[in-house]
Design a binder for this molecule. Structure first.
Ligand code: GDP
Length: 282
C-alpha cells in the first residue's frame, strides 16, 4: 500500500493515536529491520510517554542479520523491549508474546500494590505505512480472534482481540507518519519501496544506492553484475545496463531501466539480505 500524507491525514492520525493510546499499556511499535531509523515515527516517544514500549524489528528476513542484532542491542540499551520478527512467516511471534508477558508481570505487580487484580494488559500495534502492521497483527493474533468488545448492543467502541488471559490487542493498528523533512530518510524509504513519491528519479536513486553498496557492502555489485567497483556510480550503472542488455534504439544504454533492475534486485533479495542503516551512524 502506498500512502500519501496530507496535513489533514496527519492531524487525524495524531488524534486517533492520542485517543487510543489512553486505552493501552504497551505500544508495539513496528519498524522495518532494514531501516529501523528511517521507518520510525518522529513523535512516538512523545506520544507514547509513560507506556511500556516494545520495538518489533519486522521483515528481519530481508535484513542483514548482524546489523539487526546491533539494532536490537541499540534499542535494548535505550530501555526498550525488542523483538526480531518475520510476520509473513510468523517467526518471532512467541518472543513477542513473551516480551509482552514480561511487561505484563511488571504491570501486574504495580496493579497489585494499588489493589487492582486481573486486569489484562492492553496492547496496540503502531507504525508507518507498509511496515507490516496488518501482516503482523494477523500473524500475532492467529486464531485468537475472539473479539471482546462486540457484545450485542455494543456497536461502537473498541474491538479487542484476546491474545491470552493476560493480554488484549486493539484490533486496528495505529498508522503513523514517517519523518518527512529528512532527505536521507526519504531516499531509504523509497529504496525499500515503501513510498511511491520518489524524491529522486530512478536513475538518481540507483546511483545513490550504488554509492551506498560500494561503501557498505563492497563486492556485492561485482558478484551480481561483474562490474568494476572502482568506477564512478554513473559508469557502473552504464556497465550494468550493457551487461544486462538494457539498451535503447541505436544500442544506447538505458540507465533508467538498469536502475529499475538494480532496485528490483535489491527488493527481491537478489543482492542478498542488506540493511541500509546501522545504529549510531544516524
Ligand atoms: P501495513 O501497511 O503496515 O499494514 O503493511 P502490510 O501488513 O500491508 O505489509 C506491507 C507489505 O510487507 C506486504 O507486502 C507484506 O506481505 C510485507 N510484509 C509484512 N511483514 C513482512 C515480513 O516480516 N517479511 C517480509 N518479507 N514481508 C513482510
Amino acid at each position: 500500500m502506498h500512502f500519501q500524507w496530507y496535513p489533514g491525514h496527519m492531524t487525524k492520525a495524531r488524534r486517533m493515536m492520542q485517543e487510543n493510546i489512553k486505552l493501552i499499556d504497551i505500544v508495539v511499535e513496528l519498524v522495518d529491520a532494514r531501516v529501523p531509523f528511517s521507518s520510525k515515527n518522529p513523535d512516538i516517544d512523545e506520544l507514547a510517554k509513560n507506556k511500556y514500549r516494545l520495538i518489533v524489528l519486522n521483515k528481519a528476513d530481508m535484513a542483514d542479520a548482524k546489523t539487526t542484532a546491533a539494532w536490537q542491542n541499540y534499542f535494548e540499551a535505550k530501555g526498550f523491549f525488542v523483538a526480531k520478527v518475520n510476520s509473513q512467516k510468523g517467526a518471532g511471534m512467541k518472543e513477542v508474546k513473551s516480551l509482552i508477558e514480561k511487561a505484563c508481570q511488571e504491570k501486574k505487580a504495580r496493579d497489585k500494590k494499588r489493589g487492582i487484580l486481573n486486569r489484562p494488559l492492553r496492547a496496540m500495534v503502531v507504525g508507518i505505512p507498509n511496515v507490516g502492521k496488518s501482516t503482523f497483527t494477523n500473524s500475532f493474533a492467529g486464531k485468537a480472534c475472539a473479539k471482546t468488545g462486540n457484545k450485542p448492543g455494543v456497536t461502537k467502541g473498541k474491538q479487542w482481540i484476546k491474545i491470552n488471559k493476560n493480554v488484549e490487542l486493539l484490533d486496528t493498528p495505529g498508522i503513523l507518519w514517517p519523518k518527512f523533512e529528512n532527505q536521507a530518510v526519504g531516499l531509504r524509504l523509497a529504496l525499500i519501496g515503501s513510498i511511491k513519491e520518489e524524491i529522486l528519479n530512478t536513475t538518481e536513486m540507483a546511483m545513490e544506492f550504488i554509492g551506498f553498496l560500494k561503501k557498505s557492502y563492497p563486492g556485492v555489485l561485482v558478484e551480481r553484475y561483474s562490474v568494476d567497483e572502482s568506477k564512478e556510480n554513473l559508469e557502473i550503472l552504464e556497465e550494468i545496463a550493457r551487461i544486462r542488455g538494457c539498451l535503447m534504439k541505436g544500442n544506447q544504454t538505458d540507465i533508467d531501466k538498469a536502475g529499475r533492475l538494480l532496485l528490483e534486485d535489491f527488493r527481491s533479495l537478489r543482492l542478498g539480505k542488506l540493511s541500509l542503516e546501522v545504529p549510531d551512524a544516524q
